[in-house]
Design a protein around this ligand. Structure first.
Ligand code: UDP
Ligand code: MG
Length: 315
């Protein structure tokens, strides 16, 4: 029987912690009863440097349910993506399979069973996908959708409407831990891991209590990080722009020369306007070229694994 670890990053979640703990313990009990996971499966709360009583509550839960509830205390606030990574990597050595979920129970805990079923069916990663965004504000919905489109245009593969509610097998987490980059964007990294994946669908609910720890500022920085951590397309865009302007310069040259020969120009205008266009284009092209090298350096310093062997036949 496989030992499940449910990893829950928590930042100032004193209002929801006990509710989340109860809901997730019920899920564990149910799955244990149905003999789908091992008896000693557990919840791993990661306290991401909370300023409220979150950690005290995690300690209380652990004292009351020593097998089922465990905790990791980070020394300071490092943000959701890092807190989750810390949790996953800690959990991987104590379990066979992990499920990550937010503390606020917006994601439906009842589909964890379906995730486990799909794991038993041979999937290494199972994505939790929102089938509807009814509870989100129009603004959040529109920005989120726009974001997925931009990401796609930039060549970053992401699973549509999937946040960080997902199941990962031990070997998937192990492979993920080889991605040592510090600019983390987990959703974009999962498809790089490979292996067989599947999705489960659910309706995202309102927060049980407390308020969002992801204000617009953090959302934008996550989005920006997502793009700049995965794509050097913006640099190529500069190069393209340089080429376009140089082509534009040729058109401007034709126009300026015609004007010059028809004689209705101020002295010196032709050479001036041509230099402006030409220099502008050359500069952008040059910046773009330097950018291409920086882009390469940037990809290299990530030291990402270059491949992940899933199976070798005939060993
Ligand atoms: N979180 C975290 N560190 C942070 C901010 C958030 O660990 O610096 C956790 C938070 O406790 C929650 C999850 O990340 O479990 C998602 O945050 P939230 O629900 O506030 O985001 P939203 O659902 O509003 O996008
Ligand atoms: Mg939330």
């Amino acid at each position: 029987m496989d030992r499940l670890a449910i990893v829950v990053p928590c930042y100032n979640e004193e209002e929801v912690l006990k509710i989340a703990s109860k809901a997730l313990r019920d899920v564990l009990d149910d799955l244990i009863k149905k003999e789908k996971i091992a008896q000693d499966s557990f919840i791993l709360f990661v306290n991401d440097g909370s300023k409220d009583r979150t950690w005290e509550l995690i300690e209380e839960e652990h004292a009351a349910y020593p097998v089922q509830v465990k905790g990791v205390k980070l020394a300071g606030n490092v943000g959701h993506q890092f807190a989750l990574t810390a949790g996953l990597i800690t959990a991987k050595d104590m379990s066979d399979v992990t499920v990550s979920i937010d503390a606020d129970l917006q994601d439906d805990v009842n589909v964890i069973e379906e995730m486990i079923d799909k794991y038993h069916a041979g999937n290494d990663i199972v994505y939790g996908v929102r089938s509807d965004r009814g509870t989100d504000t129009f603004f959040k919905r529109a920005t989120a959708q726009g974001f997925y489109k931009v990401m796609n245009a930039m060549g970053v593969k992401t699973v549509y409407n999937h946040a960080d509610f997902r199941l990962m097998s031990k070997r998937a987490v192990e492979q993920f831990s080889q991605y040592t980059e510090t600019n983390l964007y987990l959703r974009g990294m999962m498809p790089l891991i490979g292996y067989q994946t599947d999705s489960v669908y659910y309706v995202r609910k309102e927060r049980v209590a407390g308020e969002s720890k992801y204000p617009l500022k953090k959302m934008l920085s996550l989005a920006f990080n997502g793009i700049t951590s995965f794509s050097i397309k913006p640099i190529s865009l500069i190069t393209t722009l340089g080429v376009i302007i140089i082509v534009g310069c040729i058109a401007a040259a034709v126009y300026a020369l015609i004007s010059y020969f028809t004689g209705n120009v101020v002295q010196g205008w032709t050479s001036l306007i041509l230099s402006i266009w030409f220099i502008g284009g050359v500069q952008l092209l040059a910046i773009g070229l330097v950018g291409q090298y920086i882009g390469k350096i940037y990809v290299e310093v990530k030291h990402r694994p270059r491949y992940n062997i899933e199976k070798v036949l005939g060993e």
